[in-house]
Ligand binder design. Structure first.
Ligand SMILES: C[S@@+](CC[C@H](N)C(=O)[O-])C[C@H]1O[C@@H](n2cnc3c(N)ncnc32)[C@H](O)[C@@H]1O
Length: 435
């Protein structure tokens, strides 16, 4: 009797290959923890502050590592060098005369990735790492199997996530009630928005052209809105978030304000609504409710000269750039991991284009346009303008309703490379629309 699932035909070479894949997968969390350790010790800052490539002994001295543990540091550095967080060079140290032996000294330096881990750097990503790898978020993953076997019920009000199973309350309640976790979360979002805010205003400026007002719904402590308000002084920006998030926050410029409320109840009117990292937190039903509230808010707004839009910064799962003719497996894997994070912590999910389209239609929108990168060449800006013209022509469909999604699929480390690649080759991004 043969074995099922092809096992019978597998050579020992194939079996060992399969085992190697399992081992690699099983150990992936160690990469995450090595990164967390590097961040906790402040290794990137130590190397940066040294001003030149640093030797192992200099690194150990600066890290405040206990002398009894000093010899472990080279092993931590070895895996981080392997993951391209640091670069390693060998410097041959020659003796004074020919009789002395040559000595190879290992020196470490930063890479483009570890530059994003510098505490005072303009794009410090460490708060995000510390939040995602905090036990509050990692522990619920251990409950995933048990959670899948539980009766989930149909009532959205009693919906239980692995996060709620572990912590006894939904994600948003814990963030509101537990200051340590709430601050960790806010700092992570601020760090992400600092990096993205600069990119969006520099590279996607066309999206904001002609707007008079914008509400950043679920805008947290306002980092993204600040970047927009500074870059576009004629846009009146409001950060709208839960009352406890925006309490005591004041706008730093004349055109920035904070309003507390519930996006499921009412959103202040504006020409444009920004939703950054919002809809992926919520189920389809909840997202349709939020989008309907956004639609009401833009339809109520005045002084719009027909320029009304909802700008969504989120992931579009499975996007493959046909022009690059290559499936970027790593980006897709990151999207899928993000989706698992949503499944474990909140009621949301990461969506494919067809899933996005479904909720847009359900919320009453008729048009959308997806920009699969932050890279806008001149040519790409022209395309955006053309999209707007198409929408102006369709006014009698009940108002000029437009959705733009800025897909952050390429955010992780590839952003700049891909933008340059497009500019060099003068290609346009792919976009989809339903009219
Ligand atoms: C993932 S964070 C995104 C923050 C910000 N947009 C950013 O990307 O930096 C989601 C935000 O939605 C806010 N939020 C959650 N429920 C809300 C509600 N019912 N009404 C308004 N904001 C809400 C949270 O407080 C949080 O700031």
């Amino acid at each position: 009797m043969g074995l099922s699932n092809g096992e019978v035909g597998a050579t020992s070479h194939e079996l060992l290959g399969a085992q190697a894949q399992i081992w690699n997968h099983m150990f992936q969390f160690i990469n995450s923890m090595a990164l967390k350790c590097a961040v906790q010790l402040g290794i990137p800052d130590v190397i940066h502050n040294h001003g030149q490539p640093i030797s192992l002994s200099e690194l150990i001295a600066a890290l405040n590592v206990h002398p009894s543990r000093a010899h472990f540091v080279s092993r931590l550095m070895r895996i981080l060098v392997h993951s391209d967080f640091f670069a390693q060079h060998h410097h041959v140290h020659r003796g004074c005369d020919d009789m002395e032996e040559e000595e190879a000294v290992v020196l470490y330096s930063l890479t483009p990735t570890s530059r994003l881990l510098l505490k005072d750097g303009p794009s410090n990503t460490t708060p995000l790492i510390l939040m995602i790898l905090d036990p509050v978020l990692t522990t619920p993953f251990h409950l995933m199997g048990a959670w899948l076997q539980m009766n989930g019920g149909d009532d959205p009000a009693t919906i239980c996530t692995p996060f709620k199973m572990e912590n006894g309350m939904p994600f948003w309640d814990l963030a509101a009630q537990e200051p340590r976790f709430g601050n960790l979360f806010d700092e992570a979002m601020e760090a992400d928005s600092k990096l993205l805010g600069r990119e969006v205003v520099e590279e996607c400026g066309g999206v904001f052209e002609g707007l008079k007002s914008l509400v950043d719904v679920g805008g947290g402590t306002g980092t993204m809105a600040k970047a927009i308000a500074n870059a576009f002084p004629s846009i009146n920006c409001i950060v709208f978030d839960q009352p406890h998030v925006v309490a005591n926050l004041l706008g730093s410029t004349h055109n920035l304000g904070f309003v507390g409320g519930d996006m499921f109840v009412e959103i202040p009117p504006a020409n444009a609504i920004l939703l950054k990292w919002i809809l992926h937190d919520w189920s389809d039903e909840e997202s349709v409710k939020i989008l309907k509230k956004c639609r009401e808010a833009i339809l109520l707004s005045k002084n719009d000269e027909g320029n009304k839009k909802i700008i969504i910064i989120d992931i579009v799962v499975g996007h493959v750039d046909k022009k690059e003719k290559m499936v970027d497996k790593k980006s897709i894997e990151t999207q899928l991991m993000f989706d698992m994070l949503m499944m474990s912590t909140v009621t949301g999910k990461e969506r494919s284009e067809s899933e996005w389209k479904k909720i847009f239609l359900a919320a009453g929108f008729t048009h959308y346009n997806i920009t699969h990168t932050f890279g806008f060449s001149e040519e790409e800006n022209v395309i955006l303008k053309k999209c707007r013209e198409v929408i102006f022509l369709s006014k009698n469909e009940g108002g000029n309703k437009k959705i733009i999604i800025i897909d952050v699929v390429v955010l992780w480390g590839m952003l700049i490379t891909r933008r340059r690649w497009w500019m060099r080759n003068q290609l346009t991004p792919s976009s989809g629309s339903i009219c």
